[in-house]
Design a protein around this ligand. Structure first.
Ligand SMILES: C=C1C[C@]23C[C@@]1(O)CC[C@H]2[C@@]12CC[C@H](O)[C@@](C)(C(=O)O1)[C@H]2[C@@H]3C(=O)O
Ligand SMILES: O=C(O)CCC(=O)C(=O)O
Ligand SMILES: [Fe+2]
Length: 329
């Protein structure tokens, strides 16, 4: 009986990996095991049967497209991104650039949309509904992770996103299409036009959804880049640096990037679930309790990690600074 359950799970897992990207069906009872395996191996997986209403997704996509098609002078009224607001090409404060324009928002709805024209009047409520639904799904996934890791307190991770003080962020990215001229001049080849340079996300969990345009790639453990086939009806989950620390390195934060080589525009919407600023980012006690395992990381708060992240370049390994130096035996 035990053996047959194990075989069922194993054959199920190999099926899940056929497209290289782990696939999690949230309606299936075994999803917690697939989530844990995917977070250990890739720090990344695709989610179907997620329960986020399709109307709320398409409503936001159409509002985002209307925003990005406004004249530059209108978009600049809610810029520059410092870090919140509209930004074009420049990513973060330290000189990183990409073929992308974006709108970066706090999830507390404090962003001032009033400077935008009347045509965008439905934009704030579309963001609000979408963020609410996606946060709910992110919490469900974090609870399945806790189950899969056999952590007794199911909400040990999700409570951080539900906290009123949660420091979560929402980002809309627009990658303009590659022009015929660029394609003719040899652009469009592997790595030639960076939309968003390689990086890991600093938070706990990121929930990404894009239109049907390709571009997203993830790095595997051995450093190979694999392209993520786009699927506008699904979500993609990234393990962030904070979750890597909270699982004491058992889950890995995934390195990813976007190549903007397509002749069609790419629009993506990403919810970055973060803890309150004062939260200590330390391994979950039950993951350390069993054996002699010690934390691989120094103790720090989310505020300290974020401050350090914002003084780093996009591709820096930000966790390196927070690693404990192993005691020599
Ligand atoms: C270069 C940078 C942009 C970033 C802040 C940073 O200094 C390093 C982390 C970057 C990142 C990556 C994930 C998210 O897109 C983001 C909003 C975040 O929290 O960390 C961005 C930051 C940004 O664009 O402000
Ligand atoms: O736009 C995308 O598909 C990914 C962007 C990203 O990784 C980010 O905004 O952190
Ligand atoms: Fe990212």
């Amino acid at each position: 009986m035990v053996v047959s359950c194990f075989l069922d799970l194993a054959s199920n897992l190999s099926w899940q990996y056929q497209s290289q990207i782990p696939l999690v069906d949230l309606s299936k009872p075994d999803s917690r095991h697939i989530i844990v395996k995917a977070c250990e191996e890739f720090g990344f997986f695709k989610v179907v049967n997620h329960g986020v209403p399709l109307e709320s997704i398409s409503e936001l996509e159409s509002e985002a497209l209307s925003f990005f098609s406004l004249p530059m002078s209108e978009k600049e009224k809610v810029g520059p991104a410092d870090p919140f607001g509209y930004g074009s090409k420049g990513i973060g404060p330290n000189g990183d650039v990409g073929s992308v324009e974006y709108l970066l928002l706090k999830t507390d709805h404090s962003f001032n949309f009033h400077k935008l024209p009347q045509t965008t009047e439905k934009f704030p409520s579309a963001v609000k509904d979408y963020v609410w639904a996606v946060r709910k799904m992110a919490c469900e996934i974090l609870e399945l992770m806790a189950d899969g890791l056999k952590i007794q307190q199911r909400n040990a991770l999700s409570k951080l996103l539900m906290d009123k003080q949660s420091d979560s962020v929402f980002r809309l990215n627009h990658y303009p299409p590659c022009t015929e001229l660029e394609e003719a001049s040899g652009h469009g080849g592997e790595g030639s036009r960076i939309g968003f340079g390689e990086h890991t996300d600093p938070q706990i969990i990121s929930v990404l959804r894009s239109n049907n345009t390709s571009g997203l790639q993830i790095s595997t453990r051995d450093g190979t880049w694999i392209s993520v086939p786009p699927d506008h009806t699904s979500f993609f989950i990234n393990v962030g640096d904070s979750l890597q620390v909270m699982t004491n390195g058992r889950f890995r934060s995934v390195k990813h990037r976007v190549l903007a080589n397509s002749s069609r525009p790419r629009v993506s919407m990403i919810y970055f679930g973060g803890p309150p600023l004062s939260e200590k980012i330390i391994p979950l006690p039950s993951l350390l309790a069993k054996g002699k395992e010690e934390s691989l990381y120094k103790e720090f708060t989310w505020f300290e990690y974020k401050r350090s992240a914002y003084s780093s370049r996009l591709s820096d390994n930000r966790l390196e600074l927070f690693k404990r130096v192993a005691a020599s035996s």
